[in-house]
Ligand binder design. Structure first.
Ligand SMILES: Cc1ncc(COP(=O)(O)O)c(C=O)c1O
Length: 404
């Protein structure tokens, strides 16, 4: 008789977005005359930029001719895209990352979930609290997290690093010693960032204790302040302790197109064993590459026209972020994020829990956000709004909240 991987049974239901969906549907059904504005889920709304569409058309055309048709992509991804990434995202910022240290994928969700496979099940993970849930859930599936406490909503073998107003939503070094440290900056859900000096301290810490930092920089394009690093490789010593994850979803609207990449420097070694070689083996065995046409679309993001156009899209969303941030401040809310990230993190007023505030906003302003408690215990009494809506909807939502 076969057995299943019963680690999956330990996972609590993915309550957050299904609970939000159910509540919103119930409300909309009971109040068909109300216009509900959704600023909850972190998906983009602007169409793909013209330079990207043009590259997609061009690549589709190539696929229709024997001379230019492409089949399986090279294991690590096409050279043209890896070179564009190395030159623009790394060399241009003074980071010593070469094209053959970049692995093209279909997005950061898969990479952030799959990367744990190359590490022993005995490794201790440390995560921020609140956190993007994929990091923890995929370690649960692998059997690395111990037992779940449904009251505290925490796992016995996970090291949680609270990110609170007191520490500026930037974690302290944990009391227990981790092996794998997940960091995400600019952060989902808090919208917080980390300074270059503080990230350097994390790199020094990881090198000192022999840990690996898995650095999720999916929101890098939203950084506007000088002292916020775009890549962990801006820090000295990161090549021996850090893996970086990137995505084309939020900088160029590829959430439905699918493209991302992982950087593993060749200096990152466990004893004599290269993590780059392990990931190359895993990638080559389990993955057959992002589509050629999508990789050409990714290349277009780095063309002069593409860069200009995606910069405008990011500016559009950040204009929304500014409107939310100033509007809510004027209305007396305690708010953070929204300066280097498309997420605004606000404190629920009058002692409300995250879910009480969710219900209040839905009923009184017909605005949907995400309860902070869904991202971890330290998110309780907080609430996340995203800047990914249209400008018109964003303005209407904020004005309704201000009028409460
Ligand atoms: C922190 C973080 N990492 C990764 C992802 C997923 O990115 P992708 O669309 O490339 O899979 C998201 C998506 O919301 C995210 O918030």
């Amino acid at each position: 008789m076969y057995k299943i991987n019963d680690n999956y049974l330990k996972l609590p239901g993915s309550y957050l977005f299904s609970a939000i969906g159910r509540k919103v549907n119930e409300y909309a059904a009971a109040h068909p005359d109300k216009k509900v504005i959704r600023l909850g889920i972190g998906d983009v709304t602007q169409p793909l930029a013209p330079a990207i569409i043009e590259a997609l058309h061009g690549a589709v055309e190539e696929m229709g001719h024997a001379e230019t048709f492409r089949g399986y992509a090279p294991d690590l991804g096409y050279e043209f895209l890896r070179t564009a990434i190395a030159d623009n995202d790394y060399k241009a910022r003074g980071c010593e990352i070469s094209a053959d240290e970049i692995f093209i994928s279909d997005g950061a969700k898969c990479d952030s979930g799959n990367i744990q496979e190359i590490f022993s099940v005995d490794n201790r993970i440390a995560v921020c609290d609140p956190v993007y849930p994929v990091y923890v859930d995929t370690n649960v599936m692998a059997g690395r997290t111990g037992t779940y406490d449904p009251v505290k909503e925490t796992w016995s073998d996970v090291i949680y690093m609270p990110c609170t107003a007191e520490n500026g939503f930037s974690p302290e070094f944990p009391d227990k010693t981790p092996d794998l440290i997940y960091l995400c900056f600019p952060n989902n859900p808090t919208g917080a960032t980390i300074t270059r000096d503080r990230l350097q301290e994390w790199v020094d810490y990881a090198n000192r204790i022999g840990a690996v930092i898995i650095y999720d920089a999916a929101y890098e394009a939203y950084i506007s302040e000088e002292d916020v690093p775009h890549s962990i490789y801006e820090c000295e010593g990161a090549r021996t302790c850090a893996i970086e994850l990137r995505s084309f979803s939020k900088n160029a609207g590829f959430t439905g197109v699918r493209l991302g990449f992982t950087v593993i420097p060749k200096d990152l070694k466990c004893g004599e064993v290269s993590l780059h070689a392990l990931w190359a083996r895993r990638h080559g065995t389990k993955y057959n590459g992002a589509p050629y046409i999508v990789q050409r679309a990714g290349e277009a993001v780095y063309s002069p026209a593409g860069r200009e156009q995606v910069k405008k899209q990011v500016a559009y969303y950040m204009n929304n972020a500014r409107y939310i941030l100033t509007g809510l401040k004027e209305a007396g809310y305690t708010v953070s994020g929204g300066v280097n990230a498309p997420y605004i993190w606000l404190k629920a007023p009058a002692g409300m829990t995250s879910w009480e505030f969710f219900d209040y906003l839905l009923e009184k302003a017909n605005v949907v956000g995400t309860p902070g408690s869904g991202f971890g215990p330290s998110g309780e009494t907080y609430f996340r709004l995203t800047a990914f809506g249209s400008y018109e909807n964003t303005v209407e939502a904020v004005d309704r909240i201000k009028a409460l």
